[in-house]
Design a protein around this ligand. Structure first.
Ligand code: SF4
Length: 50
């Protein structure tokens, strides 16, 4: 499945709200080993941050 990543996620559905997001600070984080923006989002979004 293609991951459709966007650097600007909709409110409440950003990487920062996602289970797979691990914050590394400065608005950045890791998702499956990739560097992503906390404000980004993608179609793999899963609610329920750890
Ligand atoms: S799965 Fe998508 S929404 Fe969730 S942290 Fe990774 S890139 Fe962001």
């Amino acid at each position: 499945m293609d991951v459709k990543y966007t650097t600007k996620g909709p409110k409440g559905k950003t990487c920062a709200d996602c289970q797979f997001f691990e914050s590394t600070g400065d608005g950045m984080g890791k998702c499956f080993g990739h560097e992503v923006l906390a404000a980004g989002s993608c179609n793999m979004f899963k609610a329920g941050k750890k």
